[in-house]
Design a protein around this ligand. Structure first.
Ligand code: BDR
Ligand code: CA
Length: 314
């Protein structure tokens, strides 16, 4: 399975990358970075560090440091720490390993070179994808599918995390996300509706630390910071495995229940970043959805299978 991983590492991004590195069926073509959990210099440094640490051969390509409307505002450091990886010690990493060029150009070139074969998993703000689409709208016809971690559609009472209405990856660049949903490619959204079913407890991390070698221990260390955030701010006894679940969808879509319909993102006002789907089964509605392709959102997941598969894979 040919894959581009678009990411803002990020503790749960690191969890997803380690998962990818252990899956022989994945042909990772590139890791593209974006501002989000930290600024672009930090998320790119983290991607280079994780690539080296996890023994990944795919190149890292630096992406957008600003949203489409020119704002460069990372998420608060309370979530992923000042260094984006839970403030563990990170050795100096050489930028010589960075592949020259921009993420958006890499996405365009890779899709065009592999028509119909490449999946993009995007687990940060969708700025790189939107820039690629603006530059070359025809690439939508070249992608196999785009799997997004982002959004919240009200299933299981799940609304936003960065605000009561919006999930962080969408809220970080709502215009970009809206353009991704409007484009004519197959998008699957793995949002808070399902990611909040994937809770990694301290016992679970202890098992990873004991059974998944040095990198299992590294994830356990990073997760301390993340777990404090979830407990203090969200009242959850464990860490939510947002980004790794987008990888699971690629492997095992049969573990998910989905709903089809066009999606719109609210791009201004108090609910900015809110994601709203009009189910295809319903007729009529607001003209905002008219002319948009039906996309899939995940509304339920077999969480036990996911957690078991992740642990076994690592
Ligand atoms: C998403 O926001 C980021 O903090 C995480 O890495 C994840 O991609 C969850 O809302
Ligand atoms: Ca992320």
């Amino acid at each position: 399975m040919k894959l581009i991983f678009d990411t803002d590492p990020g503790i749960d991004d690191a969890m997803a990358l380690l998962y990818l590195s252990k899956l022989p069926e994945i042909d990772l073509l590139g890791i593209t970075t974006v501002v989000g959990n930290a600024d672009i210099a930090t998320t790119t440094r983290n991607a280079l560090f994780l690539r080296q640490q996890f023994g990944i051969s795919a190149p890292v390509i630096r992406g957008a440091g600003e949203t489409l409307d020119g704002v460069s505002k990372p998420e608060p450091v309370i979530v992923h720490g000042v260094n984006g990886l839970g403030d563990i010690d990170i050795p100096a990493v050489s930028e010589d390993d960075l592949q020259p060029g921009t993420a958006s150009q890499f996405i365009i070139d890779t899709l065009r070179a592999n028509p119909g074969e490449v999946t993009i998993i995007a687990v940060g703000r969708m700025t790189n994808l939107a820039l690629a689409l603006r530059q070359d709208p025809a690439i939508a016809g070249f992608a196999k599918q785009v799997i997004i971690m982002g959004g919240a559609f009200g299933y299981a009472g799940r609304s936003g995390n960065i605000t009561p209405a919006a999930e962080a990856n969408i809220h970080g660049d709502p215009v970009a996300a809206d353009e991704i949903f409007a484009a004519n490619w197959k998008v699957v959204v793995v949002g808070l509706d399902v990611t909040h079913d994937i809770i990694l407890t301290s016992d679970y991390f202890a098992t990873l630390a004991a059974e998944a070698g040095a990198n299992g221990e590294l994830l356990a260390q990073m997760s301390d910071h993340y777990a404090r955030f979830y407990l203090d701010i969200m009242g959850l006894a464990g860490v939510v495995g947002h980004d790794l679940l987008a990888v699971t969808y690629l492997l095992r879509p049969d573990w998910f229940e989905t709903r089809e319909g066009p999606i719109v993102v609210v791009t201004e006002g108090i609910t900015v970043g809110q994601t709203i789907q009009m189910p295809s089964s319903r007729k009529g509605g607001h003209p905002s959805w008219a002319g948009r392709p039906a996309q899939l959102i995940c509304i339920a997941v077999q969480a036990d299978e996911v957690l078991q598969h992740y642990r076994q894979t690592l």
